[in-house]
Design a binder for this molecule. Structure first.
Ligand code: KIV
Length: 281
C-alpha cells in the first residue's frame, strides 16, 4: 500500500510509529521499500555521506533531483520526501515554489522538506498552495550550522524551548503535513508531539515522537569516525563490505576468481576453427 500524507496522519492517530530512513539511490531505496519502511527521505545529508562535503551547504538542486529520481524509481510504496537544499527556498517565496515543483516534477518526490520555523511559513504556505506537501524541520537544522557554531543540541533554555513550541505551531498552521524534530531534548519533543495534530518524526529527539528517522549509513554501521549519541547501529554493513572487498582483492590476485561456475563456455569446434584460421595466417 502506498504511504501518503493521510496514511501518516492515521498512523499518528492510531499510535502506530512512523518509520523513515534516508536513501539516495535506486538499489537502497528498493531494499528499504521491500522491507516496508513508511517513508524515504532524500536528505541533503547526501552532501556529507554521498559526496564527502563537510556539511550540507554545498548541495545543489541538481544534486537533489538526480538522487531523488533514482530513489523514486526504486520505491513503490514509501512516501518520498526530498530535501530542499540550502538557498533553494530562503531568498524568495517564488523561488521556493519553483524549486519545490522541480523536486516533484523532475525528481518524482511526494513531498519536500525545508528547515526553519516562523521565518519560512510564507514559503510553506505558498508551496502547499501549489499542491505540494511540505515536511518542516525544526531544532538542530543542519543548514544553520554556521549560526549554531556547530552541530549542537537545540532548545535547552526556556526561551529557545518556547520558540521551538511556537515554531511548531506556526509551521502546522502554515500547512505542513509533518515535522522533523532534530537534536532537541526528549521531553520537549514529547510536548511538541502532544500539541500537534501533524506527525512529528524525531532524530535525536527521544521516543516520544510519532516516528523516527535516521541516516541509513549511520543506522547500518557504514560511517566511520565520530557518531552522534542518538545513532544506533542496527547492523555492521561497513564491516561486511570491508570483508567482501578484501576477499575479492585476494581471490582475484590469487587467480581463484573467476572460477569455472562464473565462466561462459564455447563449442570446441568454434575454437578449433579459429585456431586453424590463425595457424594459416
Ligand atoms: O538531510 C537529512 O538527512 C535530514 C535528516 C537527518 C532528518 O534532514
Amino acid at each position: 500500500m502506498k504511504n501518503t500524507v493521510s496514511t501518516l496522519l492515521k498512523q499518528k492517530e492510531a499510535g502506530d510509529k512512523i518509520t523513515m530512513l534516508t536513501a539516495y539511490d535506486y538499489t537502497t531505496a528498493k531494499i528499504m521499500d521491500e522491507c516496508g519502511v513508511n517513508s524515504i527521505l532524500i536528505g541533503d545529508s547526501l552532501g556529507m555521506v554521498m559526496l564527502g562535503y563537510e556539511n550540507t551547504l554545498p548541495v545543489t538542486m541538481e544534486d537533489m533531483i538526480h538522487h531523488t529520481s533514482a530513489v523514486a524509481r526504486g520505491a513503490q510504496n514509501a512516501f518520498i520526501v526530498a530535501d530542499m537544499p540550502f538557498m533553494s527556498y530562503q531568498a524568495s517565496v517564488e523561488q521556493a515554489v519553483i524549486n519545490a515543483g522541480r523536486l516533484v516534477k523532475e525528481g518524482g518526490a511526494n513531498a519536500v522538506k525545508l528547515e526553519g520555523g516562523a521565518e519560512v511559513c510564507e514559503q510553506i504556505r505558498a508551496i502547499v498552495n501549489a499542491s505540494i506537501p511540505v515536511v518542516a524541520h525544526l531544532g538542530l537544522t543542519p543548514q544553520s550550522v554556521n549560526v549554531f557554531g556547530g552541530f549542537k543540541v537545540q532548545g535547552k533554555s526556556l526561551d529557545k524551548a518556547k520558540k521551538l513550541v511556537d515554531d511548531a505551531l506556526k509551521i502546522q498552521e502554515a500547512g505542513s503535513c509533518a515535522v522533523v524534530l532534530e537534536g532537541i531534548p526528549a521531553k520537549l519533543a514529547e510536548i511538541i508531539t502532544k500539541k500537534l495534530y501533524i506527525p512529528t518524526i524525531g532524530i535525536g529527539a527521544g521516543n516520544g515522537c510519532d516516528g523516527q528517522v535516521l541516516v541509513y549509513q549511520d543506522a547500518l554501521g557504514m560511517t566511520t569516525g565520530h557518531t552522534a549519541k542518538f545513532v544506533k547501529k542496527f547492523a555492521e554493513v561497513g564491516e561486511l563490505m570491508r570483508k567482501g572487498i578484501s576477499d575479492y582483492i585476494s581471490e582475484t590476485k590469487a587467480g581463484t576468481f573467476p572460477a569455472q561456475e562464473h565462466t561462459y563456455s564455447i563449442d570446441e569446434t568454434v575454437i578449433n576453427e579459429i585456431m586453424g584460421e590463425e595457424n594459416q595466417s
